[in-house]
Design a binder for this molecule. Sequence first.
Ligand SMILES: NC(=O)c1ccc[n+]([C@@H]2O[C@H](COP(=O)([O-])OP(=O)(O)OC[C@H]3O[C@@H](n4cnc5c(N)ncnc54)[C@H](O)[C@@H]3O)[C@@H](O)[C@H]2O)c1
Length: 393
Amino acid sequence: MQKKTIRAGIVGAGFSARFHYEAIAKVYGVHVEVVGVYALDTAQAREYAVERGIRAYDSLESLIDDVDIIHCCVLVAGHEQVAVAALERGRYVIVEKPLTGYCGDGSDTFHGDRFPKEIALQRGLESVDRMLAAEAKSKGRILYAENWVYAPSIQREREIIEKTKSQILWIHGEESHSGSHNPTYAYWKFSGGGVMIGKGCHPLTAALYLKRVEGRARDGRPVRPKSVTARTHAITRLENFRDEGHIRRDYYDIDDFSVMHVTFEDDTVATVFASDIVLGGIHNWLEVCANNHRTLCNINPNTALQVYNPLDANFRDVYTVEKIGTKQGWTSMPADEDWFTGYPQEIEAFYRAAAYGEPVESDSRLAADTISTIYSAYVSAERKGAEIKVRVY
Ligand SMILES: NC(=O)c1ccc[n+]([C@@H]2O[C@H](COP(=O)([O-])OP(=O)(O)OC[C@H]3O[C@@H](n4cnc5c(N)ncnc54)[C@H](O)[C@@H]3O)[C@@H](O)[C@H]2O)c1
């Protein structure tokens, strides 16, 4: 079969724009021509463009006009604007996680600790509604870049659930590390919340996805979330936090520890932890306890490659694993971190969807359920863990 050519545009030129570009380079089923980049930070966009031999555009619209697919790699506060602009012009749009969010009222006095979380829920869902409406009217589609859905361990679990017609009784999982590197991460106004949305969205979406898979395989109908109870904390902002320099602690108004407990419509459950207070490298795992099997998806760390290094300085030029504090001693060093994390697999699937109409596992409905669950969880946390109903899409 002749490979189709798809022209791509990157919006945003920071951390995620870099790993998207690397994943594009690995797409094998479609010929991808990366045309250009646009970002609010024009100097960063120019540098990104020069490094890759692509064009830096001076407006979002002119980039969209020149391509078939847009990678939305901007801060959460800009997701809706970028995605809707692409959809209105009939383009596909790969939206980084989380789909969208409520990033405050724009005032100088806005503070994540103090505003009523019902507002985040209402405004967050209004944003979701506008994005879904733009998608419904468009020739393009939203492709939701939740890499956990495409992580190979989660996809193997999908196969087990489908073939054995499992009933999942409890999923528990976590994404944690010692603190995000991005300075903007400290502020609710850029990210639409703290760690519960920033990291919690990953294991939560994987859990919502697997319950969908279960329902579809058995009854032809996904099992959806029904309610959530949650707690959030700001541990590194406690006056009595004893800082020894290993954990980031300059957050302005966000949570750095969270737990969400989701009840599904079949009354089974999922428990999702997310935090910025965990040492020892990134901690990304999901465990599925089913009626006929139990699976541990060790996304990162995993034991595919374990390395002992007697002296930190030996590995000065060796990248080991995300967010590790030291390279000395034993390290679980993923043989291919991006592959275990699902980045190339999601981008391959999205290009196949755009080129050949193949179905995607991670779509706007799954993304919408995630946003709805998380902002309902923020309402719950504000009420010290009261159970809150989740609206589903
Ligand atoms: N899937 C993952 O593992 C993962 C990891 C990190 C970040 N992310 C997601 O990627 C997104 C971006 O995060 P990042 O770490 O790349 O941020 P970043 O700060 O490194 O880069 C953001 C870029 O977007 C540009 N930008 C911001 N708002 C814009 C707008 N409205 N229009 C055009 N350009 C705009 C900035 O100029 C900058 O170039 C976030 O949604 C984040 O949640 C996902």
